[in-house]
Ligand binder design. Structure first.
Ligand SMILES: Cc1cc2nc3c(=O)[nH]c(=O)nc-3n(C[C@H](O)[C@H](O)[C@H](O)COP(=O)(O)O)c2cc1C
Length: 338
């Protein structure tokens, strides 16, 4: 009998697979299926800073029988109807989810700057969230904005959310930071209990016939796992924050790699959209088979075994790997040519 249990954000989870934030969890029936298939926790879809700002301004507008200028000032934001749920519907769904399944439910807040919307973290806590995942996605498009400013904006936001609630807060981080270990250390000082690596960056695509720029959402492939393994392996042992890998986890092998890199949990979204929710059960069965065959008794025995601090040769994680990989490729090519 394999012990799959793991700890994430101070929560004792029955296994390593967490359902990442996705609209699949907008249905209670889906959430029951996730639990039955072996998911250890579920992250709900996000409530967005922009949506919450719009909602509260719309309320002010109603109360003060507002003006045209108010509507004009909101032109840059998507229409409220573009968002999937209002915060009240969200909190209600969260309460129902808590009653429907026994596994932990994490609510998700998604924003870039601190402000009044942060109070919704407390509402989520009161509605029963076991933890909050804070998705922080800031894009620098202004040449006067420095990396240091973006980082301090992020730290201030995390500090404010952590102060607002007692439940643990995980930060879903973008990969676009220069010194991730340093940033993670400072986020920890700001109260972060776990780091989810990494947010996916949904770049728009160009339609060269229509000369238009269009939003795109492609599901991930397992190749997206590699940068996440790399950074988890570097962070493991150098942070007290728990580590979640999100991005490119599709199979039992991907889950094992994540844990071996040092993650506490592996999150899945695309794989469930592609193969269905019951895919979690197949991954758990494959995981069990792999571990039993090698006579492991618990998944935790594998944790961090391929992290940077555990392997005898750290060069694959460092600059040496870059040089070695590039030069070995040209060597192979040269040999093949003759
Ligand atoms: C359809 C869809 C909707 C998503 N919505 C959210 C969201 O609301 N908030 C969020 O933090 N992440 C959201 N994500 C990102 C996922 O939580 C996950 O981090 C990302 O897809 C990478 O994991 P994957 O490779 O398993 O898909 C969404 C992903 C998909 C596919």
């Amino acid at each position: 009998m394999i012990d799959f249990s793991t700890n994430y954000l101070g929560l004792k989870l029955k296994g390593p697979i967490v359902v990442a934030s996705t609209p699949l969890s907008e249905s209670l029936d889906n959430m029951r299926r996730m639990e039955d298939a072996g998911a250890a926790a579920i992250v709900l879809t996000s409530l967005f800073e922009e949506q919450l700002a719009l909602e509260s301004r719309a309320l002010d507008e109603d109360l003060s029988r507002g003006t045209e200028s108010f509507a004009e000032s909101l032109d840059y934001l998507p229409d409220l109807s573009d968002y999937r749920m209002t915060h009240e519907v969200y909190l209600d769904h969260l309460r129902q989810a808590k009653a429907a399944v026994a596994i932990p439910i994490m609510a998700s807040l998604n924003g870039a700057t601190t402000g009044g919307w942060v109070r919704y973290a407390r509402d989520m806590e009161e509605a029963g969230a076991d933890a909050i995942e804070l998705n922080t996605f800031a894009l620098a498009t202004d040449r006067s904005q420095t990396s240091a400013e973006l980082e301090s904006q992020l730290l201030e936001l995390v500090d404010n959310v952590c102060r607002a609630v007692k439940v643990p807060v995980a930060v879903k981080l973008s990969q676009s930071f220069t010194s991730i270990p340093n940033l993670v250390a400072r986020l920890e000082d700001a109260g972060m209990r776990g780091v989810a690596i990494f947010n996916r960056f949904y770049q728009p695509d160009f339609d060269i016939e229509a000369l238009e720029v269009r939003p795109t959402l492609h599901f991930s492939t397992p190749s997206e796992l590699l940068p996440r393994l790399h950074w988890a392996a570097i962070l493991y042992g150098h942070t007290n924050a728990d580590i979640a890998i999100t991005g490119g986890v599709h199979s039992a092998e991907d889950v094992l790699k994540s844990i071996m890199a040092g993650a506490n949990v592996a999150m899945m979204a695309s794989a469930l959209h592609i193969h269905g929710i019951e895919h979690i059960g197949r991954v758990m069965a494959d995981l069990r088979y792999w571990l039993e065959k090698r006579e492991y008794t618990s998944l935790s025995e594998t944790r961090g075994c391929l992290s940077r601090r555990s392997v005898p040769d750290t060069s694959p994680f460092d600059r040496g790997n870059y040089i070695k990989t590039l030069s070995s490729y040209s060597l192979r090519q040269t040999v093949a040519a003759f």
